[in-house]
Design a protein around this ligand. Structure first.
Ligand code: PHE
Length: 451
């Protein structure tokens, strides 16, 4: 069936790179990253995370690129084409993960939309803490979850060239410009030195003492922020028409994503410090509460707040469309579903699955930990086995296209994938499952008891 449908392609090379950067840069950089850094011991976590980005993220993104470009298919079709019929279940897992992630991603992104509006109206200035409490759950949260999902459905329904590519060409440069301006501003805040040193000087004893929680958190964050482990990069590279240098594209995407996460830290930590918020116990709400408090106090704060949350919303939209596209490309390629109808139906399904998340912040943790630390790592593990161990010849061959003959580089890459990447994934997954079970048995049970 896939042959009979004329598949879309990106109009330009930069369109693909920006779409991938747009996917990578999102809530993961601005919301998830700072609170992971805070919870997992500051700069010590940052260091492990950066190592993972380079030694795990880079090889893993190339794995997804070669699979997508070689097969020109959605994840289910791609894995079936490469590994044979039984590997389509891994592709199915990817589609499912996309479904789960976007369902709660949209709730948090709804908060961001709400804060963009709140900056325009001054809504959060009275009592930033109470404001977050009101808007993050209940009907308020559900309404903005719906609005966000509708925006995503609208863009994805327009297709690759007319929807996603145009959207990211406008959004990605705007995000970078806005964050740069804000980082310069944050530098002028009191106690910026304290913030920088917390954020940038690692304490190695923390790594030794807490590696069991730092390791899976850093791996999960690396996969989450690079949109890996569930087929976004397979899907996006499947719309690539020519053979270009995948190494260059991967480098650009990872460099930009990491740069933007670090930049977001340079914005958020000085603001947290200036507002006197303890960076070590931030939780999913802290970025919102403390930033709103800070924007309330400083001159032109609401203008800055509006710009910040607007950039943040753009970043969330450009990631969400990639999550949606994984599911939609599967429905189009494998089942011949109409793009517009499929997108609306999938959006409605995700809307429902996200609704429980609007009940309480514990539900955010329930979805988020499962998705990032367990499911993405599991997905990546499956791909690493398939490509690294079973289909390495084809993988090296595909990587060489557009780069020239690179047996030696290709071999180094495959061995990175086969051993260190695999080992880190297995260990992280085991630790993540243990801590997730722990969470279910303690915090989550307590929460259920209170209902
Ligand atoms: N990378 C996105 C972010 O950082 C989230 C995401 C995860 C998108 C997985 C696609 C796949 O916000």
């Amino acid at each position: 069936m896939s042959e009979s449908i004329q598949r879309e392609t990106w109009a330009t090379r930069i369109g693909f790179v920006l779409a991938a950067v747009g996917s990578a840069v999102g809530l993961g950089n601005i919301w998830r990253f700072p609170f992971q850094v805070g919870e997992e011991g500051g700069a010590a976590f940052l260091l492990v995370y950066l190592l993972f980005i380079v030694f795990i993220g880079l090889p893993a993104i190339l794995v997804e690129f070669v699979v997508g470009r070689r097969t020109d298919r959605n994840p289910v079709g791609a894995l079936k084409a490469i590994g044979g019929d039984s590997w389509k279940y891994l592709g199915g897992l990817f589609v499912l993960i996309g479904f789960v992630i976007l369902s709660y991603y949209s709730v948090v992104a709804g908060w961001v939309l709400r804060y963009t509006v709140g900056s325009a109206t001054g809504g959060y200035t009275e009592d930033p803490e109470a404001y977050f409490g009101t808007i993050s759950t209940g009907l308020d949260a559900a309404v903005f979850h719906l609005i966000f999902m509708a925006i995503v459905v609208g863009i994805v329904a327009l297709g690759i060239r007319r929807g996603i590519e145009i959207a990211v060409k406008l959004m990605v440069p705007a995000i970078v410009a806005l964050l740069l301006a804000l980082a310069v501003y944050a530098y002028t805040l009191p106690d910026v030195a304290g913030a920088y040193s917390y954020y940038l000087s690692p304490d190695f004893s923390v790594i030794a003492a807490e590696w069991q929680s730092i390791l899976p958190a850093a791996a999960g964050q690396a996969f989450f922020t690079l949109s890996l482990g569930m087929g976004v990069m397979i899907t996006y590279s499947s719309y690539m028409s020519e053979d270009r240098n995948l190494g260059e594209d991967a480098g650009a995407i990872i460099g930009l994503d990491t740069g933007i996460a670090l930049l977001a830290g340079l914005v958020v930590f000085p603001i947290l410090f200036a507002a006197g918020v303890d960076p070590a116990s931030p939780g999913p709400g802290a970025v919102f509460v403390s930033l709103a408090a800070a924007f309330t106090d400083i001159p032109f704060g609401l203008v800055l707040g509006f710009l910040f949350f607007f950039a943040f919303a753009l970043a969330a939209v450009s990631s969400a469309i990639s999550l949606m596209e994984v599911v939609i490309s599967y429905l189009i390629d494998e089942h011949g579903v109409d793009r517009v109808r499929g997108t609306i139906a999938v959006g409605a399904g995700m809307l429902l699955l996200g609704l429980p998340v609007t009940v309480d912040l514990t539900m955010v943790t329930l979805y988020d930990q499962l998705a990032a630390e367990v499911l993405l790592v599991l997905g990546a593990l499956g791909l690493v086995v398939l490509v690294g161990w079973l289909k390495s010849e084809e993988a090296i061959d595909e990587l060489s296209k557009g780069i020239g003959d690179l047996r030696s580089v290709g071999t180094v890459w495959i061995w990175l994938v086969r051993v260190p990447v695999l080992v880190v994934l297995v260990v992280s997954l085991a630790l993540a499952v243990t801590s997730y079970v722990d969470f279910l048995r303690t915090e989550f049970l307590e929460f259920l008891g209170e209902l």
